[in-house]
Ligand binder design. Structure first.
Ligand code: GLN
Length: 566
């Protein structure tokens, strides 16, 4: 039988005087009824309102799948992959948090089931469990809790907001709800639970139904978790009668049943929540000292500008991931689309964004359709599909003087097009598509070769923030108004330096390069040759924010508009 030993550990002599760490409050956002109803936006909006009350807020997302990160998932299935500053490939909701809160969020703030299990298994291998049995419960929830607390510590946060992906009642989410239950049991006054639910209005009856929400609350309760607030997503506002019903059957205060009907723009949501004093209610419940009124002046100004500019600017985004069956999937390029919008709003313009499938332009006859756009953007991408279409588009806009902005793959293809059509290099390609081509103008990074051979594909691209030095007087340097830029990356291939001399001699300048001069970060044609023709190896869209539009997007949108008005 095991006997208990007395602890013999001595306490250390006088600890160094340190500022006491904050004891943050935790707000969990869980989903009821179904996914895809705007839980991420509701969650981002709550965080924005709390921030506007003077609190230091950090936001986390939990995704209940086995993938270690979002990097290995097909974007048509999962939407955009959002890369954090420190290189973690995450869900697009992390992008919403960064955009709404106007902050950089670190990797600790994102977790998947896979990454949590990986940590626990690694700790077990490192003998960190002291030889005891390691179990799904409590060790998995304990690791989840450790990460949540660590995120709070790293951000020195007053509030840590945690969005649990999926909906309650799903098998995959059980261990995360268990973590929530454990945290709430340990410190009931420090944890609040908000359920974002959906209230359908079936066409055949024309009446809003609360039953699915009641059922979802019951599923949450059976996990030992009780909601403090219910945000009711619905096509129309929730009336008093239904609010009362929900309060009664779902065990929440009447004033904590929040109506969140569909709105024209996601950016209206924080303002609508404030009309209901939502963040104040949360602060009161958690005993958080905050400003009496949320300061959303900057946000309001942005929203006002987004409602209509003095003129329109028409931008075509040519991508390969747009269609899925009968549906258009603009989510795949979410950050790019938002970045265009922020810059257009900043210039007092209304953006009209058109999504064009790249394959359509494999037939050169279709290229003249591009004439009606003020600017064309080719975003990031992978693989063969749509490549020829994109190359045709780039050649066309280069020759026609239509402003062009190429991002990542869009930059590589811009360089390749130049090599094929201006340098006239026969059989030039990117190693990604044709490794046997005579001229690999875009080639795999040396550091990547072994990784590819060993099939180590997950989380191994060049990821996260790197510096680019900017050439004086270039379009890029003028846009940034700086001599260098820090931007986020996600790619395996690079412009092959063997071709730089020829490309430059033929007029294509590399105006952004890595500090060691080895990696080409920005390519552009000079203003004398083209109104705006620029490609960037990084993803500027990941740092575009409503209250801080990205300078390169602004330069592109401005050039597009100016060409149009000429
Ligand atoms: N497929 C290219 C690469 O891996 C570009 C990636 C991207 O556009 N994100 O380098």
């Amino acid at each position: 039988m095991a006997t208990r030993k007395k602890s013999t550990t001595k306490t250390a002599t006088k600890p160094a005087a340190k500022k006491a760490p904050k004891n943050p409050k935790y707000i969990f956002i869980v989903g009821g009824v179904m996914s895809g109803v705007g839980k991420g936006i509701a969650s981002s909006s709550i965080a924005t309102c709390l921030q506007a009350r003077g609190l230091n807020v950090t936001a986390m997302k939990i995704d209940p799948y086995i993938n270690i990160d979002a990097g290995t998932m097909n974007p048509t299935e999962h939407g955009e992959v959002f890369v954090l500053k420190d290189g973690l490939e995450t869900d697009q909701d992390m992008g919403n948090y960064e955009r709404f809160l106007n902050i950089d969020i670190p990797a600790i703030n994102y977790m998947t089931t896979g990454s949590v299990y990986q940590s626990v298994i690694q700790k077990e291998r490192n003998l960190e469990y002291g030889g005891r049995n390691v179990e799904v419960v409590p060790d998995i929830p304990l690791e989840v809790i450790r990460r949540i607390k660590e995120a709070g510590k790293q951000a020195n946060a007053d509030v840590v907001q945690i969005e649990v992906g999926g909906t309650v009642g799903e098998y995959q989410g059980v261990l995360f709800l268990e973590a929530l239950r454990m945290m709430k049991t340990e410190a009931p006054d420090d944890v609040a639970v908000v359920m974002v639910s959906y209230l359908p209005v079936p066409g055949s009856i024309g009446e809003m139904k609360t039953k699915p929400t009641q059922t979802a609350v019951r599923a949450l309760n059976s996990a030992g978790v009780f909601a403090d607030m219910i945000v009711c997503r619905s096509p129309i506002g929730v009336d008093d009668k239904r609010k009362e019903k929900i309060a009664k059957f779902c065990n929440v205060k009447l004033e904590n049943v929040i109506s969140a009907p569909d709105v024209d723009s996601i950016y209206d949501v924080p303002l609508n929540f404030e009309k209901d004093d939502l963040s104040m209610r949360i602060c009161q419940q958690l005993g958080l000292k905050c400003k009496q009124k949320a300061d959303l002046a900057g946000w309001k100004k942005f929203v006002k500008r987004s409602k209509g500019g003095t003129d329109t600017v028409k931008i075509a985004v040519v991508g390969k991931y747009f269609s899925s069956g009968d549906f258009i999937l603009s989510d795949v390029y979410l950050s790019v689309l938002e970045a265009i919008k922020y810059s257009a709003y900043g210039l007092n313009l209304t953006p009209e964004i058109h999504y064009l499938g790249a394959s359509h332009f494999e037939d050169k006859k279709n290229l003249k359709e591009l004439k009606k756009f003020d600017g064309v953007l080719v975003p990031g991408g992978f693989g063969k599909t749509g490549i020829q279409g994109k190359l045709n588009v780039i050649e066309y806009v280069r020759k026609q003087g239509i402003p062009y902005f190429g991002i990542c793959y869009g930059m590589q293809l811009m360089v390749l097009e130049y090599a094929q059509n201006v340098l006239k290099l026969k059989n030039a390609s990117t190693e990604e598509i044709n490794p046997k081509a005579d001229h690999l103008v875009i080639a795999v990074q040396a550091s990547q070769k072994d990784l590819i051979k060993e099939k180590k594909m997950g989380g191994t691209m060049r990821l996260g923030q790197y510096e680019a030095k900017l050439a004086k007087g270039s379009l890029a340097q003028k846009a940034y108004r700086a001599d260098s830029a820090l931007e986020r990356h996600r790619h395996r291939y690079e412009v092959n330096t063997d071709y730089i001399e020829q490309l430059v001699a033929a007029g294509l300048d590399f105006t952004g390069v890595s500090p060691d001069g080895e990696l080409m970060e920005i390519a552009e044609l000079s203003k004398e040759d083209h109104p705006f023709f620029m490609g960037v190896q990084f993803h500027p869209e990941l740092q575009a924010r409503p209250l801080a539009p990205h300078p390169l997007f602004t330069a592109f949108v401005k050039a597009s508009y100016e060409t149009h008005t000429k």
